[in-house]
Design a protein around this ligand. Sequence first.
Ligand code: NDP
Ligand code: F7E
Length: 353
Amino acid sequence: MASGLSPVPDASAGAVVEPSPPADAVPTTAIDGVEYTPAPLDRTATFYVAGHRGLVGSAIVRRLEAAGFENVVGRTSAELDLKDRDATFAYFAGTKPRFVVLAAAKVGGILANSTYPVDFLSDNIRIQTNVIDAALAHDVERLLFLGSSCIYPKFAPQPIREDSLLTGHLEPTNDAYAIAKIAGILHIQAARRQHGKAWISAMPTNLYGPRDNFSPQGSHVLPALIRRYDEAARSGASSVTNWGTGTPRREFLHSDDMADACLHLLEHYDGPSQVNVGTGTDVTIREIAATIGSVVGYQGATEWDTSKPDGTPQKLLDVSYLASLGWTAQIPLEEGLRRTYEWYLENAASLRG
Ligand SMILES: NC(=O)C1=CN([C@@H]2O[C@H](COP(=O)(O)OP(=O)(O)OC[C@H]3O[C@@H](n4cnc5c(N)ncnc54)[C@H](OP(=O)(O)O)[C@@H]3O)[C@@H](O)[C@H]2O)C=CC1
Ligand SMILES: C[C@H]1O[C@H](OP(=O)(O)OP(=O)(O)OC[C@H]2O[C@@H](n3cnc4c(=O)[nH]c(N)nc43)[C@H](O)[C@@H]2O)[C@@H](O)[C@@H](O)C1=O
């Protein structure tokens, strides 16, 4: 992040260089039937990544900088609490971002979501409402809101298509978080309808990668298991105990793939429907546990604590619309796991939690 943690450069300084149109700049039909033409984003514009230190936000910063964006900016939650409406508006007034990705949120695994539903609802509603309203007030040109696959009904037909939204009851372990995310999707659609904004929403499946949350109680399953199996391998433990039955199925996408999909969507999609982002394949929790055990070299037994919640039995996303826009995931699960484990080993001493 070249200028992100220092004052934002004067927007009037330097000539604006418009990038040339992409080779594939042919009209595309959006998921809801609207036609639009892919358009590259101006690499010199100020680009605010809300949540730039998190799992997804940090991957987006890496992807944007690799793509030549010169003015990627961000603030930590200590520097700018996005729950504070006045502070959020003041930041937008001072920074004047032209592009925004909203990757700041209160995020956690199944236990955190089910234990603290008020926090997941209230914090996320406030963060996203403040950012979206400030972006409206300060005329942000392109904004990408990140939701989650948990917005879909617990028993949605698999793989889950975008039009399954609001067709059934939510999974109770994360309904509060899901309702906040659904409100975000509607907020983006409302900004499109009422103010003509070219803003969009993406719904990621379960994500993992460097800078994930590895805290034993608060994290998602994949970082939790990397830590648990690594610690067991080191201590020579004869068994580890995971949560639930191990039978639920989950789809895992590396954060670098997610970041690539975000930029692709911003340059190739402009429609009101949220767009699913995933790999199109899933595994059982038992299978991912076995793979992680093998990646970290754990040789003991695995037990299952069925007093812990399983959550939804399956939430495999239908990613055919995103594929029709020209994007598919590139990082195989086992390779992504190895890369994440390497990052974990290098950073274990300084992890949160
Ligand atoms: N991880 C996953 O499996 C999935 C994530 N998502 C979505 O992707 C997005 C990013 O998630 P992820 O990267 O995993 O989450 P992380 O917890 O890794 O990062 C969240 C980021 O949000 C920032 N943040 C949180 N609260 C505030 C606040 N009050 N003010 C300012 N910044 C705040 C944090 O800033 P700081 O570090 O400075 O405190 C952090 O950088 C979220 O919208 C999430 O819902 C969707 C599906 C799956
Ligand atoms: C991304 C998504 O993440 C959350 O939903 P989830 O997919 O259910 O998330 P999870 O990764 O925490 O669990 C997946 C599965 O794995 C099992 N499991 C085993 N052992 C551990 C374990 O040690 N930790 C965790 N967390 N899970 C474990 C666990 O019992 C469950 O069956 C949402 O709340 C919401 O945040 C959201 O949108």
